[in-house]
Design a protein around this ligand. Structure first.
Ligand code: C2E
Ligand code: CA
Ligand code: CA
Ligand code: CA
Length: 279
């Protein structure tokens, strides 16, 4: 009995221990990637319904090969945010996006831009604006080829700072996309008050519309309303011909999804966009 009392007290179950350990490992991987600028940025081509070509893309972050194998951004982005790493990471994504655009500009003139995902944590920091403009300037990229995706939940948490940022960036010709529309934080007033260029209808909503008549009606009416107030509409999660037919019939401008292309490593994305290898 005596021996037992001397053992360290631990309130953790094995599961909790594994969770904490994995999180710690991910933080270490992220720190190393920031230090070495060794993140990979994939680009998912976006289909433009009006021209039937790929003229846009979204930059999506990937970890390089690491001992944990594939780790989804859904898992590591929140960890980066909690650990003060999201700001340097976003600037590195922006830089790699500029390099990507630079190469595209050599090959095609039809191209209209690449969007980068921003996190709300970014705006807790000062001079985001100067930093963003400075990076774009370094690569001599026209401002209007860079687009920024933000979510509604971000606006709810840091409205004033983000509004300020958006109106200043908009003056420079940088467009904003409202990401994840329809995922639970939707507040129509943001769509009206904030100078967005495009609304991205979340994939969950697109998929639900296929199964559920009411959802289909809502998606159609919302898409029509956005169009009527002068916004562009993009539908995410396009995986089937059925998705295409429905979203086209709703008057969508852009389609993004595995049906057209998965997110691709830089060179493959360049080839796909330049040669317009539409599925
Ligand atoms: P998101 O911004 O909504 O990005 C779209 C996600 O949907 C991407 O997942 C993309 O690969 C996936 N997707 C696109 N088309 C389809 C489809 O047809 N079917 C299905 N099932 N999925 C599709 P990914 O790359 O795993 O990224 C997940 C999330 O992680 C992103 O969601 C975004 O919130 C975050 N994220 C990714 N890269 C960055 C980044 O550089 N910065 C920040 N702050 N967040 C990022
Ligand atoms: Ca996004
Ligand atoms: Ca999205
Ligand atoms: Ca999402």
């Amino acid at each position: 009995a005596k021996k037992k009392e001397q053992e360290p007290v631990c309130f953790c179950t094995n599961e909790m221990m594994n969770y904490i350990k994995r999180k710690y490992q991910i933080v270490e991987i992220l720190k190393e990637c920031v230090e070495k600028n060794s993140f990979e940025v994939y680009f998912q081509p976006i289909f433009d319904i009006h021209t039937a070509t790929y003229r846009k893309a979204e930059a999506l972050l990937r970890l390089p090969d690491n001992p944990l194998g594939f780790v989804s951004p859904e898992e590591f982005i929140p960890i980066a945010e909690e650990n003060g790493l999201i700001a340097p990471i976003t600037y590195q994504v922006l830089e790699k996006t500029c390099i990507f655009i630079k190469e595209l500009m050599k090959e095609t003139i039809d191209f209209v831009g690449v969007s980068v995902n921003f996190s709300v944590i970014q705006f807790m920091q000062e001079n985001v604006e100067q930093k963003v403009l400075h990076i774009i300037d370094q690569y001599h990229i026209p401002y209007d080829l860079i687009k920024i995706e933000i979510t509604e939940s971000m606006l709810a948490t840091n409205y004033d700072a983000i509004m300020q940022f958006m109106s200043n960036m908009t003056k420079h010709g940088i467009q904003f996309l409202l990401d994840d529309f329809g995922t639970g934080y939707s507040n129509i007033s943001y769509v009206l008050k904030v100078p967005f260029h495009t609304v991205k209808i979340d994939k969950s909503l697109v998929w639900q519309a296929m199964k559920d008549k009411k959802a289909a009606i809502l998606v159609r009416k919302m898409a029509e309303a956005f169009k009527e107030v002068g916004l562009h509409v993009l539908a995410e999660g396009i995986e089937t011909q059925e998705h295409i037919d429905f979203m086209k019939s709703c008057g969508c401008d852009y389609l993004q999804g595995y049906y057209y292309s998965r997110p691709l490593p830089k060179q493959k994305a360049l080839d796909t966009i330049i040669h317009n290898e539409v599925a």
